[in-house]
Design a protein around this ligand. Sequence first.
Ligand code: GLV
Length: 327
Amino acid sequence: MKPKILVYMRVDDRVIKELEKDFHITSFQNHEYIGNRTFDQALKEADGIIGLALKVNKELLDLAPNLKIVSNVSVGYDNLDIEELTKRKIMATNTPGVLDDTTADAIFGIMLSTARRIPELDQFVKSGKWDISLQPNQYGVDVHHKTLGIIGMGKIGRAIAQRAHLGFGMNILYHNRSRNKEAENIYNATYCELDELLKQSDFVCLMVPSTKDTNKMIGAAEFKKMKKSAIFINGSRGKNVDEDALYHALSNGDIHAAGIDVFTEEPTNPNNPLLQLKNIVTLPHIGSSTTECEYGMSKLAAENLHAGLSGKKPPSLLNEDASGKEK
Ligand code: GLV
């Protein structure tokens, strides 16, 4: 009998078709599965699950006695309780590598949109207000040759540094748990302590994973250390930033502007006060959301699932100690 898998948002249709050859699939492609009986039944029988952002915690795992692998269709895995999964010998995998360039492109889009006020000026044209030439109070600020501080120099951070240094002639500062010699040698990035980075950067770009150590790591004190002209970009996870402090920093003029792709709660509440501000560009977590990249992530997640359920080591296994559960 084919192993049973549960597919939830968002796995590419072509990849689901491939998976159907080897697995018995139950698929949920919208958010209505939470607390849904059919979902719970499929979970009860599932050997593997594949999808995005489902909170996989103790309570969920109690409903899934047969589970051998959780294949996350994202590089971030803050939705997974890795300790609990490992304790139960359930493999966990993610999709590193395939989204680095796509996400770095998105971050650059957000930086440019914020600095050059692109969404606001788009609205200006579309609403028919463009009657005379642009006024100085509508001008943006330059991106090229400015100082970019990247907090979190992983693979995506490095792809951002590449664009910034080679394309925009920017000076790169970075802060990271460990030194990144490649970024230093190829993109001329300079390692510095967080405080120094905050003080010196024209653009501060947050790219760290979400862990208990990074929770609200950028708050009131950090915004105060930034230049008043600084533009803050969050391309990581909303929880890494104190949203109230960001609101105050933007409305008090502690920083010039912000561009954020992520929120503490997603989707964010339409009444989130940040959405009322003019000097913030907001996006609905688009980092890896291109047709090509989403396909690549789904494919890698399927490879992980396939390997895990056929007794092989998944290419992006997060918890080595969990492999080897009796199949
Ligand atoms: C996107 O945010 C991801 O973690 O893949």
